[in-house]
Design a protein around this ligand. Structure first.
Ligand SMILES: Nc1ncnc2c1ncn2[C@@H]1O[C@H](COP(=O)(O)OP(=O)(O)O)[C@@H](O)[C@H]1O
Ligand SMILES: [Mg+2]
Length: 255
């Protein structure tokens, strides 16, 4: 009995949280994804590396159900994404966190209201006191408790990114998607955000897909890198493995 239980546990730990197979997406004549496959393991920080316009954001939008791919399959947390009804998709979304490149904070809401928003939207049944505790917890995680009553316009770029990260965490997601989390930030702030991404993974055992071409951020965060090129997964490996590659298409990212 005990053995069976144990092996069951091990198996669930090993099965990937996202499996993407043979994904195709084109807009008119523009073929963006062409037989793209990838899996994300539990508690893994996976970086998708690729040049501007290579389809990184399209990929993430497919995976979170914002864009429908032309062909292929996407399994998230054991669910067949493309076969889900709207309410099932909404249920799944409560387990996913997003950090958009633009942060997507609501300008007319305070930081507290921005952080409460996902809880209210998904009608998470918790008491006022627990809501307050959750807001404080995510603010503490990013070191910005004092901004709770401020407006987004009062924040610096780095602070806004931290708040967006706090909001991505508020539903205690299993998976977070980070789209260019350090773009537009200075190198010091970028490293701070990258370190926070790593801390959140270690503290909450989150699995993440991180889109980036900021190699300092990639080096800090990546357990594994996949290189998206011409719509396909061109190469994958750790930072150290890819850095040593002699392939010019890989080398150009490490110069
Ligand atoms: N909604 C859309 N309609 C038409 N073309 C799109 C759309 N979204 C993205 N594209 C095109 O797909 C390609 C990949 O875009 P994107 O995924 O945003 O690149 P990046 O790797 O920089 O994130 C680009 O050529 C872009 O113009
Ligand atoms: Mg993009």
């Amino acid at each position: 009995m005990e053995t069976a239980l144990k092996s069951g546990t091990n198996q669930s730990k090993e099965s990937p949280v996202i499996v993407i197979e043979h994904l195709y997406k084109q807009f008119g004549d523009n073929i963006v994804l062409s037989d793209f496959s990838l899996s994300l393991r539990k508690e893994e920080n996976l970086v998708v590396l690729g040049k501007s316009g290579s389809g990184k954001s399209v990929l993430v939008k497919c995976v979170v159900g914002l864009i429908r791919p032309d062909r292929g399959s996407i399994r998230i947390l054991g669910k067949d994404l493309l076969g889900l009804e709207e309410d099932e998709l909404n249920e799944l979304r409560t387990k996913l966190g997003f950090l958009f490149q633009s942060n997507a904070l609501y300008d007319s809401m305070t930081i507290r209201e921005n952080l409460e928003f996902p809880l209210l939207k998904h009608q998470v049944k918790i008491s006022e006191a627990e809501m307050e505790a959750r807001v404080m917890e995510v603010l503490e995680n990013v070191g910005l408790e004092h901004t709770i009553d401020m407006m987004p316009s009062e924040l610096s770029g780095g602070m806004a990114k931290r708040i967006a990260l706090a909001r991505a965490m508020i539903l205690r997601p299993d998976i977070i998607f980070y789209d260019e989390p350090t773009s537009g930030l200075d190198p010091v702030t970028s490293r701070e955000i990258a370190s926070l991404i790593l801390e959140m993974k270690e503290k909450y055992h989150i699995s993440s897909i991180i889109i980036s071409h900021d190699m300092a951020c990639v080096k800090i965060t990546a357990d594994r890198i996949v290189l998206l090129l011409e719509g396909k997964c061109y190469a994958q490996g750790t930072y150290a493995e890819l850095e040593q590659s002699k392939d010019e298409k890989i080398r150009q990212f490490f110069k």
